[in-house]
Structures are given as structure tokens and as C-alpha cells.
Write a protein that binds this ligand. Structure first.
Ligand code: FAD
Length: 284
């Protein structure tokens, strides 16, 4: 099913993000995580592509597997992708029945180069539309770290939507007011594509430091206090992180967001615990 059709009929939509294995030897555990998440009956599951700059490995394999039980959204990046490689990936995904692609510029690996065929996600989105995919794009409530100004970043998002992105998924954020302000700015610039809110539960102190450094999301004072207090007590941090994410999602749904996208980090146990707190808010 196309994600635009899901977003037109389901409010709010629920989706999960997983990453494919870097090594073929780890395929089984990634597929097991995908199967467990599919059991929670989300509206779709997205599969990253070389996030962190690791190359485009195994996305199609996992997305094809997901597509057998739940709508899959395969990520595809400009980084290291030639026009020929994109054509091959698009053909492969079509054969697997995958109808949705998230078009991304991609994390640039250290010492890596950008494709000369696609500079920005908008360029890739334009190309993917010609293959008939339902295409989405990324957006950044706090502004993309490389953007000169927040306003310029919103102009680029507008261009991305005009180039074919039919929905947007946000980078993780911890303060919902930042998202509400961002949605207002998008609306005032005439960007009408539905925005799905990306939520990441903080359940591991090390991981959150890495993620916030990479994507620039600001921690709230409440979050800092949670990490200070429970950073050395993993079971307590897990519980606090689940409670925080639950509260964040309840507020987002109460304020009418179009969808929630949970960054699961391939932890179905955490997704399950959060889902059990909010399941009635996602009518089937
Ligand atoms: P773009 O939309 O191309 O924007 C990149 C920068 O260029 C921005 O600063 C933007 O303002 C600027 N820009 C855009 N258009 C123009 C223009 N015409 N002129 C001048 N400047 C312009 N990374 C991965 O490697 N793999 C993944 O699977 C992955 N999944 C992600 C999923 C989500 C939901 C999100 C939010 C991010 C994901 N990322 C992933 C990270 C993303 O690739 C990086 O944040 C990357 O730095 C930007 O990607 P983008 O698609 O937003 O780029």
C-alpha cells in the first residue's frame, strides 16, 4: 500500500524504523526484530540505508522481507549512488513489491564523496517519482545542522516536496513545542505535505550521546536529569525512557499529529512496552 493512502485514511498512523544488518551473518537477528515489530501491526516499517555512512547494504533484503507482512518504506540515499545504481535498486524494490521510498541525501561517511548524479534529496525524489514510487523525505524540526538558516532549510524542504516528496518524517526531537513551532513555519511557507513525528526513546545513555551529537537534537532539562539520575542504572533508565517517550507521544497525538514514527534501534521489546501504553490511541 502507498503511504499516502495510509495517511489519507488513518489518523494517527504508527510506524517503526529499523536498520538492516551491516554483516550478512547478522541478518537473522534483524529479520527476527522486523518480524516481532510487524506483530504489533504498525501501518508501515521503514528500513534505513547505510545510516551513519555505512554504505547501502541489505536495505532491499530487509524491506522485501517486511513487505510480506506490513507495508515497507525503503530508505535510499544520494551518497555513493550513481543514476545506474538507483535504477537497479528501484527495480529490485519493485520486484519485491515495495512501493514506498524515503529519498535522502544520506549521512556522508568520513572521507566519503557525494554522488555526482544527485546532490540533494530533492534530486533523488524527482528521479524516483519517474519510477512510480510513493516518495517521502526527511525534515528537521530544529533545522538541519548544515543549513545556513532555519528559513533556508524550510525553503529546501518546500523544494523537496515540490520535487515529489508526498510526506515527511522528522528527525528525532525531545521537546514537542519545537515540533509545533516547526509545523507552523511549514504551514506559513505553504508546505502542505503530511508530517510524521519521529520519536526516539532514550533507554541507553551512550546511544543518546551519539545520536544527539550526530543529529543535533537538543536534550530537554528533564531528559538531562533522567540521564544524570539513571544513566548508571540501565533498568531504571529503560523504564524512564519508555515513560518519557510515552508522554511525548500522548501529547503529540492529543495535538493532532498525522503520524508517529518510532526509532526502534531494532529493539522490539522497547517498542512493545511503549505500544502497550498507547495502543488504544491507534484505532485499526
Ligand atoms: P537534503 O534534503 O538534501 O538536505 C541536506 C542539506 O542541504 C540541508 O542542510 C538542506 O537545507 C540543504 N539543501 C537542500 N536542498 C538545497 C539546495 N537546493 N540548495 C542548497 N542547499 C540545499 N541517513 C542515512 O545515511 N541513511 C538513512 O537511512 C537515513 N534515514 C533517515 C531518516 C530520517 C527520518 C531522517 C530525518 C534522517 C535520516 N538520515 C539517514 C540522515 C540524513 O540522511 C542526513 O541528516 C543528511 O545529512 C540529510 O539528508 P536529507 O535527505 O535531509 O538531505
Amino acid at each position: 500500500m502507498k503511504i499516502t493512502d495510509i495517511l489519507n485514511t488513518k489518523r494517527p498512523a504508527l510506524s517503526f524504523e529499523i536498520f538492516p544488518p551491516k554483516r550478512s551473518a547478522d541478518t537473522e537477528s534483524a529479520l527476527a526484530a522486523a518480524a516481532e515489530l510487524a506483530g504489533l501491526r504498525p501501518d508501515f516499517i521503514s528500513v534505513t540505508c547505510g545510516a551513519g555512512g555505512g554504505g547501502n547494504t541489505n536495505t532491499s533484503l530487509v524491506a522485501g522481507h517486511v513487505q510480506k507482512s506490513v507495508t515497507a518504506l525503503a530508505h535510499l540515499t544520494c551518497v555513493s549512488s550513481s543514476r545506474g545504481q538507483v535504477k537497479t535498486a528501484a527495480g529490485e524494490l519493485k520486484t519485491l513489491g515495495v512501493e514506498n521510498i524515503l529519498a535522502l541525501r544520506g549521512d556522508i561517511p568520513e572521507g566519503g564523496v557525494l554522488s555526482s548524479d544527485y546532490r540533494y534529496a530533492a534530486d533523488l525524489a524527482r528521479e524516483l517519482k519517474t519510477f512510480g514510487f510513493c516518495v517521502g523525505g526527511a525534515c528537521y524540526p530544529e533545522g538541519h545542522p548544515e543549513a545556513e538558516t532555519r528559513e533556508a532549510d524550510i525553503d529546501h524542504i518546500k523544494l523537496k516536496v515540490e520535487s515529489g516528496c508526498e510526506f515527511l518524517i522528522t528527525q528525532l526531537f525531545f521537546d514537542n513545542n519545537i515540533l509545533y513551532n516547526f509545523l507552523y513555519l511549514l504551514q506559513s511557507k505553504g508546505v502542505g505535505a503530511p508530517v510524521i513525528a519521529g520519536v526516539m526513546p532514550i533507554t541507553n545513555a551512550k546511544q543518546i550521546k551519539k545520536m544527539t551529537t550526530m543529529c543535533g537534537a537538543a536534550l530537554t532539562p528533564k531528559h538531562k536529569a533522567i540521564i544524570d539520575k539513571f544513566g548508571h542504572n540501565p533498568p531504571a533508565l529503560r523504564q524512564a525512557g519508555i515513560a518519557y517517550a510515552t508522554e511525548q507521544i500522548v501529547d503529540l497525538i492529543a495535538n493532532g499529529v498525522r503520524g508517529i514514527h518510532l526509532y526502534t534501534m531494532n529493539r522490539p521489546d522497547i517498542a512493545r512496552d511503549i505500544f502497550s501504553n498507547i495502543s488504544e490511541m491507534f484505532p485499526i
